[in-house]
Ligand binder design. Structure first.
Ligand SMILES: [Zn+2]
Length: 375
C-alpha cells in the first residue's frame, strides 16, 4: 500500500469531530520526531495545535492544515461507516478523506521523501496543524499565528492543504480568499391589527424597498484577482403566525463576500447609508469573520503551478473563490500563502471521498514544490 494512503486511512479512522483531535496530531508528531522536527504543542482551550520545525535557515516553507472534521450526518446514508476508511473501486471513503486528512498524509510523506533525497537542502520546513478549522476557528491557527507573530517568527512560504481542486485533480490553486462580513438587521415597526393600517407601521413593507436597493447596489467591480463583491440575504424572520397581525419587527440576516477593492468599514457605512435613506428605524449587529487575503503571482504560485504541471500535465487555474480558510490568519505573517489539495466536490457531504489515484500525485506535487523551494 502507498505510505500516503496508509497515513490517510489511519487519520480517517480517528473520530476527530471538531474541535476534537482524537489522537491525529500525536500520530503526525511521532512521524515528525523521527525526522528530527522540533515540536511545540500550542493548545488553546479544548483545541490542540502544534507547530513543528526542522532547521532555522531561511527560506522557511510551512505546510498548514487541520485534523478536525465536520460531523458525519446520518450514518445510515453512508456507503460505509464514516470513521472506517473503506476503499471501493479505487475510491477511498470516510469523513475527512478530502477535507483534509489526505493532505495531512501527503504533507508527511512528501517531507519524508524530500529529506531522504536531499539531506543537505537549504532553508527549513515547518508544519502548523490545528483541530479548530471546521468549528468557530477562534482557538486554532489564529492563536498559533498570534504567538509566532509575538516572537517575530517569519514564514516565507505557506501551503495550506485545503481541497481546492474542482472538477479535475490539480485544476485549481487558491492564492487568496474573499473577505466575509455578516450582519443581523432588526427593523422596527408598530405591531397591530391588519384592519387598522392607520395605527400600525409595517416593518416588512418598510424594509422591502431597502432590500431591493441593497440587492441592486454594485459594491465594486472586483479586480484582477477577485470577483465582484456579492451581497446575499440568508434569512428573513418576521410575523406572529397570524394572518391578521402586522409584526412589530422583522429580522434579516445577510452576508457579504467581498474583494480586496473594498473594506469591511466601507461596506458597513454604505449599508447603513442605504437603510437611513429609506428612513428605517433599525438596529444592526455586524460580525466580521474574515479579511480578504491575496498572494500575488510570484515565486510560490509559480513553483506550485509548475509542480502541478509536471505531475498532472496541465497548468492550474489560480483563483480566490470559495469560503474563508485559515489562509486569512497565516497571511498576517507570511506574504506568500497558497492553498492546494484534493477535489472538493464531496467535502462536508455524506460519502466524502477521494480518488486513490490522486493521493500520491498530491504527495508528489508537495514534494516537487519543496524541492523547487529548498534546493
Ligand atoms: Zn478544510
Amino acid at each position: 500500500m502507498s505510505e500516503t494512503l496508509y497515513i490517510a486511512k489511519e487519520l480517517i479512522s480517528k473520530k476527530s469531530i471538531t474541535p476534537d483531535d482524537a489522537g491525529c496530531q500525536d500520530f503526525l508528531i511521532q512521524r515528525l520526531k523521527k525526522l528530527g522536527f522540533e515540536i511545540e504543542d500550542m493548545p488553546h482551550g479544548k483545541v490542540k495545535n502544534f507547530y513543528a520545525k526542522k532547521g532555522s535557515n531561511s527560506p522557511l516553507i510551512v505546510f498548514a492544515g487541520h485534523t478536525d472534521v465536520v460531523p458525519p450526518g446520518p450514518l445510515d446514508k453512508w456507503v460505509s461507516p464514516p470513521f472506517e476508511p473503506t476503499i471501493k473501486e479505487n475510491i477511498l471513503y470516510g469523513r475527512g478523506a478530502a477535507d483534509m486528512k489526505t493532505s495531512l498524509a501527503a504533507f508527511i510523506v512528501s517531507i519524508e521523501e524530500f529529506l531522504f533525497d536531499n539531506p543537505d537542502h537549504k532553508g527549513s520546513i515547518g508544519l502548523l496543524i490545528t483541530s479548530d478549522e471546521e468549528g468557530v476557528a477562534t482557538d486554532g491557527t489564529v492563536k498559533v499565528i498570534d504567538a509566532l507573530q509575538q516572537r517575530q517568527e517569519k514564514i516565507d512560504y505557506c501551503i495550506v492543504g485545503e481541497p481546492t481542486s474542482s472538477i479535475k485533480f490539480g485544476d485549481t490553486v487558491k492564492n487568496g480568499r474573499r473577505g466575509s462580513l455578516s450582519a443581523k438587521l432588526n427593523v422596527k415597526g408598530i405591531q397591530g391589527h391588519i384592519a387598522y393600517p392607520e395605527l400600525i407601521k409595517n416593518p416588512i413593507h418598510a424594509v422591502a424597498p431597502a432590500i431591493d436597493d441593497l440587492v441592486n447596489t454594485v459594491w465594486d467591480e472586483g479586480n484582477e484577482y477577485f470577483p465582484k463583491t456579492s451581497w446575499q440575504v440568508s434569512n428573513i424572520n418576521g410575523g406572529t403566525g397570524a394572518t391578521n397581525v402586522v409584526p412589530g419587527n422583522v429580522e434579516i440576516l445577510f452576508n457579504f463576500r467581498y474583494s480586496s477593492s473594498v473594506t469591511a468599514d466601507l461596506l458597513k457605512e454604505r449599508v447603513e447609508g442605504i437603510l437611513n435613506k429609506h428612513e428605517l428605524e433599525f438596529e444592526i449587529d455586524w460580525q466580521h469573520s474574515g479579511q480578504p487575503y491575496l498572494t500575488e503571482k510570484g515565486m510560490l504560485v509559480d513553483i506550485i503551478s509548475s509542480s502541478i504541471n509536471e505531475v498532472c500535465g496541465f497548468n492550474p487555474t489560480i483563483s480566490t473563490t470559495g469560503g474563508t480558510s485559515d489562509g486569512r490568519f497565516i497571511a498576517k505573517l507570511c506574504d506568500q500563502v497558497v492553498e492546494f489539495g484534493p477535489i472538493n466536490e464531496s467535502i462536508h457531504k455524506i460519502n466524502e471521498h477521494v480518488d486513490i489515484s490522486t493521493i500520491d500525485k498530491l504527495k508528489d506535487i508537495y514534494k516537487l514544490t519543496l524541492t523547487k523551494a529548498l534546493t
